[in-house]
Design a protein around this ligand. Structure first.
Ligand SMILES: [Zn+2]
Length: 580
């Protein structure tokens, strides 16, 4: 597949997209069949461009991969036109009622393609190793606006009867998981010459304040990795049900509103998604087992952007927090010998989404940090930029990455080769012994405060009033498992933790509250679980609840109420957890 042209109509009553996908393919001489991925799609017709029917068959359903659509190819220069409609339960698409949006007035639709969900709204060859350009015409009810991960050719749309049509074009080739669509009451505000923010009107002002440094971030990333090659960089703040922190859809990052803290303390998320404009979107993992190549470089570059704009101390703090999260993730996955802690993960027979743990992000970033500290920052920066240039617009495998490092960074130096232990990092479980534990003097002080509090110091003598979001995250995570009810009440009364609006601080506090069954925080817990749908927050909190006799029925009761808010990427995990 080299190009797809979509012509789709969004029906918010039926919760379906319907229309055509016109697929251009690059065929081998003598090829007779085109095999496409589909998931839960209703195929109505397959024709050539003139409408002449082409023979096709749908293969047996695979519970993870969906159904292969096998089409007999037309004459060599002809595209294949698939007429189809999506199911109301399409896993990629979430159709939100007006009540589930910030504005409460109009419905909202968004797509989430990663890992292999694009096949549930577009018949395509749904592998990260296959790249295509795309164009689209999307019809929506006239008071809504459509945006995509592409250049908008008609920003205000064109009125057609009761509908409004929007046209898009992306001339850079991308893997199918990056084709993305959102429809809703969406407005935009410019932030810089090539950057801006999109959101529902009720959220726009706060979003523009929060992401005011976006243009500066693009410049910081460019100075590290070379020119930004996608034209504009905009960020769309989605309704609270969005399951992820962010999704790096080209030209238009999708982001959760839970990072709008009012003080720009959670904007490392924007740095992360922006960094994907190079690692992931330009240089793409060839298969889902190579996903770590995408996230490791991105997470490393995210910290470098944060350092460039907010200083070394903030970058160190973020790195230490992430290191602690990585240790916890290793434990959750079964310890350092678990196969799920291997960077090049074996996903045979599994949903590639199972590989979306912290390992590809943080173990991968630790390898890049090791490389930087071993060869020195100037040499490493030169290497990283050349790596992006060498592989831009191409897929890359783990083996090809390691060969690239050896050819262009190690260059036959046996001492350096021995210091890095590259194969052990890529192919063995756990953290190799040469991993470098990051340090932060600021968090060392917070750690000391946590120890003092655990030993009986009162909350008011902690000198914590100047702490920022990350200090609070670290402090709460460093507290021991057994605090007394008096200690919990002291903390809460002194710092108002139950009433925090910052999602990360509240999340860290609620985990403690669940562990101790701290009753005053239970209404806040229920509010948090029923007002946002971010998997990073939901999975641990529901998990903590389910691990407790009193918590399991509570989890079931809250989930029954909240489930319609959550995206399939979340319910697929939680359904299983709550059914046990
Ligand atoms: Zn990422």
């Amino acid at each position: 597949m080299t190009h797809v042209a979509l012509d789709l109509q969004a029906d918010f009553v039926e919760k379906r997209l319907s229309g055509t996908a016109t697929l251009t393919v690059d065929r081998q001489p003598g090829a007779t069949e085109l095999v496409l991925d589909t998931g839960n799609l209703e195929i109505l017709r397959v024709t050539d461009r003139r409408g002449a029917a082409l023979a096709y068959a749908l293969a047996e359903e695979d519970s993870i991969l969906g159904r292969a659509l096998i089409v007999t190819l037309p004459a060599p220069t002809e595209p294949v036109v698939v007429t189809y409609r999506t199911a109301p339960t399409s896993a990629a698409l979430q159709w939100l009622t007006p009540e589930q949006t910030a504005g409460k007035r109009l419905p909202f639709l968004y797509s989430q393609g990663q890992a292999i969900l694009t096949r549930t709204w577009i018949p395509t060859q749904d592998s990260p190793g296959i790249r295509q350009t795309y164009e689209a015409r999307i019809g929506v009810p006239r008071d809504l606006r459509a945006v995509m991960s592409a250049e908008s050719l008609t920003p205000d749309g064109t009125l057609v009867g009761q509908d409004r049509a929007f046209e898009f074009r992306l001339t850079e080739a991308i893997p199918p998981y990056l084709i993305a669509l959102a429809v809703g009451d969406i407005r935009s505000q410019s932030l810089g010459p090539r950057s801006g923010v999109y959101a529902e009107p009720a959220v726009l002002k706060a979003a523009a304040f929060e992401f005011a440094d976006l243009e500066q971030m693009v410049e910081a990333a460019e100075s590290l990795l070379g020119p930004y090659r996608w034209g504009r960089y905009d960020l769309l703040v989605l309704p609270p049900s969005f399951p992820f922190g962010g999704m790096e859809n080209p030209r238009l990052t999708f982001a959760t509103p839970t990072v709008i803290a009012g003080d720009r303390s959670l904007v490392s998320l924007a740095a992360h998604e922006l960094a994907h404009s190079w690692s992931g979107n330009l240089v793409t993992h060839a298969t889902w087992s190579d996903f770590w190549l995408n996230e490791s470089v991105t997470t490393y570059v995210e910290r470098r952007i944060m350092e460039a704009i907010y200083g070394v101390e903030r970058a160190e703090i973020l790195e230490v927090l992430a290191w602690r999260d990585l240790q916890e993730e290793m434990k959750r996955l079964g310890g350092p010998s678990s196969r799920d802690t291997v960077l090049h993960i074996d996903l045979e027979g599994r949903d590639p989404d199972d590989g979306a743990t912290l390992i590809p992000y943080e173990k991968g970033a630790a390898l890049l940090r090791l490389m930087e500290l071993t060869v020195g920052r100037p040499s490493f920066d030169t290497y990283l930029r050349s790596y992006i240039d060498r592989h831009a617009f191409q897929p890359i495998t783990t083996a090809a990455f390691l060969a690239d490092v050896r050819a262009n960074l190690v260059r036959g130096d046996p001492a350096l080769e021995a210091k890095l232990r590259l194969d052990e990092w890529a192919y063995q479980p756990g953290l190799p012994p040469n991993a470098i534990e990051p340090r932060s003097a600021a968090l060392d002080r917070v750690e000391a405060a946590a120890r003092a509090f655990a030993a009986g110091t009162t909350a008011s003598s902690l000198k914590a009033h100047a702490w920022g979001t990350q200090e609070w995250q670290y402090f709460l995570g460093a507290l021991p498992d057994a605090l007394s009810p008096a200690q919990l009440a002291d903390l809460d009364d002194t710092f108002g933790l139950t009433g925090k609006g910052n999602s990360e601080v509240l999340f860290a506090w609620l985990r403690i509250a669940v562990r101790h069954h701290y009753a005053p925080a239970m209404p806040a817990l229920e509010r948090f679980l029923t007002s946002q749908g971010r998997r990073k927050f939901l999975r641990p909190l529901y998990g903590d609840l389910c691990a407790r006799t009193w918590g399991k029925p509570e989890a079931k009761r809250i989930y029954a109420e909240a489930r319609p808010l959550y995206h399939s990427a979340v319910t697929s995990t939680l359904d299983a957890m709550l059914a046990e």
